[in-house]
Design a protein around this ligand. Structure first.
Ligand SMILES: *C/C=C(C)/C=C/C=C(C)/C=C/C1=C(C)CCCC1(C)C
Length: 248
């Protein structure tokens, strides 16, 4: 009975030297734990931060479910779960753009800013997916197209209207959180193109990186970015409570 239950729940098999597999298992558990945390803590924060906390929890929840499946896929095939990976990203990366909008909304951010950032993220991910699947032999070109979307998001938060709105904020905690999130996008997200460059046909780092390091790099990136992002928002939500309400 117990063994049957165990096999049903943990059908995936993990070899002792499968380090990429380790990160799939750790990733699925870490995302699940973070989801519980963000949903539970949501009840503790001030009303205006509840939506941001909900979205932070949704991001890790969507990732937790995909990691559960990616983990099994990797364990069964030893190959990249590319489609599951990009389905996860096409849902979670736009939600991270929504987080920027939610933080800046009280400062007068327009909904167009959110859609612009989402548009850039879709370009980034669709091009990346095509480079990893249909047009793998010309992955470098698709990687370059994808980078245009990435730079679009970077421009918006480091120099564009998002940056200007954040600079106008009175709340120092909000400014700090915005800067932290911007660093996540600049440094944390830059991890992904490095993984992509492991593609064996024409990846720029194919002579340095083993093809399997792509999943290792993506998994580390996801844990840092999705959980870290949520924690910054949580920190902002909690710190605002400690200040006088007028300071927001
Ligand atoms: C939670 C998932 C996140 C934050 C995923 C982010 C993914 C990227 C920033 C991917 C970027 C890519 C490029 C900039 C060029 C090469 C192709 C990609 C899709 C790996």
């Amino acid at each position: 009975m117990f063994t049957q239950l165990f096999t049903a729940l943990f059908a995936a098999d993990l070899a002792n030297d499968d380090y990429v597999g380790f990160t799939f298992f750790i990733g699925s558990m870490a995302m699940a734990a973070a989801t519980v945390f963000f949903f539970m803590e949501r009840g503790r924060v001030e009303g205006k931060w509840k939506t941001s906390m909900l979205v932070a929890g949704l991001i890790t929840f969507i990732a937790a479910v995909h990691y559960y499946y990616m983990r099994d896929y990797w364990a069964a095939t030893g190959t990249s779960p590319t489609s599951l990976r990009y389905i996860d990203w096409i849902l979670t990366v736009p939600l991270m753009c929504v987080e920027f909008y939610l933080i800046l909304k009280a400062l007068g951010a327009k909904i167009g800013l959110m859609w612009k950032m989402i548009g850039f993220s879709v370009l980034m991910l669709v091009a990346g997916y095509l480079g990893e699947t249909v047009f793998r032999d010309s992955s470098a070109i698709w990687g370059a197209i994808s980078t245009i979307g990435y730079i679009g998001i970077l421009y918006e938060i480091w120099f564009g209207s998002a940056k200007k709105l954040a600079a106008s904020a009175q709340n120092p905690a909000l400014k700090k959180a915005f800067t932290a999130l911007s660093w996540f996008v600049l440094v944390g997200w830059a991890i992904y193109p490095i993984g992509y460059m492991a593609i064996e046909t024409d990846g720029l780092l194919r002579n340095v990186l083993d093809p399997s390091s792509m999943d290792l790099i993506y998994n580390i990136g996801d844990a840092i970015n999705k959980i870290g992002f949520g924690l910054v928002i949580y920190g902002l939500a909690v710190s605002s409570k400690e200040q006088s309400p007028a300071a927001a």
